[in-house]
Design a protein around this ligand. Structure first.
Ligand SMILES: *Cc1c(COP(=O)(O)O)cnc(C)c1O
Length: 402
């Protein structure tokens, strides 16, 4: 008789329900690869590469094994030297900063914008030194960083820009002159991940690099394949980083649905926004008798819905609220008791990770540190049902107005 027993289980990401919608297409694509045993460098890899180039509007896509490798291969191709400084945001998934460190480069972690959660160009500018060689904006949670300003800084200081597009594939940035470009195709190199829970996710690991620079593309293709120019001739030290044919076949199917997946995510975000910003919609909705509007507005002022940038579409990899005056752990426990998962992206910023202790300066991170304490991400995926949304929303509001 409780609400949750009638509902399909709520997940942060519901890949099972999504598969059921496209099962015929996916199964056919997988079987076609197995039937030919074309597991490595099969036709599907070439097809997916061409389809993604067309979708992104970029000259070259180089598929590889995962999004972390994509970043590493980008740095290898740029030929940066130990001691070179690379500026990135502290409020990100660790992979971005990790690869910079792994390559012997110096990660310079800077603070982010409190609205977009993305790297703050003013902080970038203040961090530039004669040793700075590159900026790595991460388009966090599905929305592009301020590429207008970042590209201007890059031109002025002669820096490479590597866009980490792991969370924002398909997002589109509009420059002041009206020019529109897809995330990952604006800087020197763009990298992305096809980890299953990403917006374009495979059924295992996968990644890709893209660029409009022919020379860099050739170099990165070579690096991915043991630095090989022709079989058994190795011109540079490379790595083994390939996208499986099976993953390429699956991704080829899912790429055709990517724009409709983005609208499903946006519709869910719109529904969350509406519920959290318009008290009347849910004033009587939590099953515990009418909630007075004044109590509700107090409760709702404690949760701020995601900011939407004017320059970038939002593909909502995550739907992340900012809480104020709320015990976040208790809210999560309350949701969990009702079968509603939630996540904290990210509880510990990169500059506070032990792994980066040696690159820590006395730089201040007031925004990043405040965000780590106050953000909460709600379930976000392409298969959410209306009743599930209502239940999530009323459960959050029930706690906030308690
Ligand atoms: C997921 C992610 C990566 C790494 O991708 P993998 O495919 O898991 O290696 C890198 N950067 C960001 C911002 C990510 O979210």
């Amino acid at each position: 008789m409780s609400n949750e027993t009638q509902l399909k289980p709520i997940r942060m990401v519901d890949l099972v329900s999504q598969y059921q919608q496209i099962k015929h297409e996916i199964d056919a694509a997988i079987h076609s690869v197995i039937d030919r045993a074309a597991f490595i460098n099969g036709q599907e890899v070439k097809d997916f590469q061409a389809d993604l180039e067309k979708y992104l509007g970029v000259r070259h896509v180089i598929p590889c094994a995962n999004g972390t490798d994509a970043l590493q291969i980008a740095f290898m191709a740029l030929g940066l030297k130990p001691g070179d400084e690379v500026i990135t945001a502290s409020f990100t998934y660790v992979a971005t900063a990790e690869v910079i460190g792994l390559m012997g480069l110096t990660p310079v972690l800077v603070d982010v914008d409190p609205n977009t959660f993305n790297i703050d160009p003013k902080e970038v500018e203040a961090a530039i030194t004669p040793k700075t060689k590159a900026i790595v904006p991460v388009h966090l949670f599905g929305q592009c960083a301020d590429m207008e300003q970042l590209m201007a800084l890059a031109v002025k200081h002669n820096l490479y820009v590597i866009e980490d597009t792991a969370q924002a594939i398909g997002a589109e940035y509009t420059f002041l002159d009206g020019r529109k470009q897809k995330a990952g195709t604006i800087g020197t190199i763009g990298t992305t991940s096809f980890f299953p829970s990403k917006n374009l996710g495979g059924y295992g690991d996968g990644g890709a690099i893209c660029t409009n620079d022919d020379e860099l593309a050739a170099k990165m293709r070579m690096i991915c394949n043991h630095g090989q120019s022709k079989q058994y001739y190795h011109d540079v030290i490379g790595v083994n980083s390939r996208l499986d044919t099976l993953q390429a076949a699956i991704l080829g199917v899912k790429l055709k649905h990517l724009d409709s997946y983005a609208s499903a995510r946006r519709n869910l975000a719109d529904a969350y926004d509406k519920a959290f910003n318009e008290p009347s919609v849910i004033a009587n909705g939590n099953g515990e008798g009418p909630v007075t509007l004044s109590r509700l507005s107090v409760g709702l002022s404690r949760c701020q819905t995601p900011y939407r940038s004017l320059n970038s579409t939002h593909v909502f990899h995550q739907y992340t609220l900012k809480l104020s005056g709320v015990n976040r752990d208790e809210l999560r426990a309350h949701l969990e008791s009702k079968g509603i998962p939630s996540m904290i992206y990210y509880p510990v910023p990169c500059h506070k990770q032990r792994a980066f202790a040696s690159s820590i300066t006395d730089r201040a991170y007031p925004v990043t540190e405040a965000l780590c304490e106050c953000v909460i991400s709600l379930p976000m995926h392409t298969e959410m049902e209306e009743e599930q949304v209502d239940f999530i929303v009323s459960s959050v509001i029930e706690f906030l107005t308690k």
